[in-house]
Design a protein around this ligand. Sequence first.
Ligand code: SF4
Length: 411
Amino acid sequence: MKIQTDLFPGAGRRTTAAGRPRHASRPLVIPVFIPHAGCPHRCIFCDQAAITGSRRRMPTKREIRERISRFFAYSKDRREEIHIAFYGGNFLGLPKADITRLLSTAEEFVTAGHADGIRFSTRPDTATEDRLDLLGAFSVSTVELGVQSMDDRVLGMSGRGHSAEDTVKAVERLKGRGYEIGLQMMIGLPGEEGSGAIETGRRIADLEPGFVRIYPTVVLSESPLARMYKQDLYRPLSLDSAVGITKNLYILFNRKDIPVIRMGLQDSTDLQDANVIAGPYHPAFGHLVLSALFLDMAAGVLKSAGISCYTLILRVNSRSVSKMRGLKNESLQILKNSFRYRQILVVPDDSLSTDELAVEFGTSSPTYRQHRISLKEAFRDVEFFAKGEAKLRAADVARDRSGNSKITARL
Ligand code: SF4
């Protein structure tokens, strides 16, 4: 997304307001939870007490200060850009005095040079001009909208009380004021069918947000959805389907250079304490999705290359080794079984970025042969089919002048 630097002070600078170097990576976020504060009603899937692990609706100024200060006392990382975030409620739905009180408390830390910006999540229908006017005096840089779906029928069945058009208008208003925009979507909501999630993903991508978050719908014990589930009126996605749909969404956003900064609910003891009664909850949901992507990527290039050998070497950035292996080495086992390699080695190689994979073929003999094939951006060739399934087309294989071959694929 192009940020209008005249409207978003500091966006083009190399350092943040607090003098820290601006990083291409996401800022470090200190969350302050305001569970259900400002919500006009309870959306049927929601139970913020379980999601945020906090039952207190509105923290006092003192509690906010203590929470942020505690974070600084424990955090060792001083390099990153730091944002203070108000999550778990409908920020712009709060009374004006509360909005100002929360923002001015966070602003104290920006003024003191400890933080660089403020962000919050809110409903699209509350991002009105009137409410946005309140933000001008504060260092708000980012606004996250709970979009959930771009299908009005699904929004209605989920008790959201706003339309897809409200989201489009809210994004226009926020862009007009130069804010970075994050859009949150859910998959598996009541009434969502077939390729519905992919269609929502497409419409969200068309809005060109700065980043997205993807949450699979799970049934929380204290949510209205739990009643529907118990009456057999709602059937959640299986974990496999949720991973598959999220994988396709990740590819869709990645192709448009839109970062996906979160997949799945944050793991918390509250969620684990029997709050999730059904649905595709996994404490490492994002890891499962990324492992599936690396597996697809490896399978795609192996199919294209059609080279059989004894040993397969998969090179990935050291931060991506576990994603390439999959949970309990599951991905390596699948590749072994499918392609009949005797040995698969995953080798850390930090010359590659975290979303790249280099594949080398060889034998374990002293005359080890290294085939190098270049394949850039494997997922540029991904096509989406009616049911939201992604498939890799046969990729072109190019050899370099010496006849060596290397496949490099990027998520
Ligand atoms: S989804 Fe958002 S608006 Fe709906 S109840 Fe939960 S916090 Fe409130």
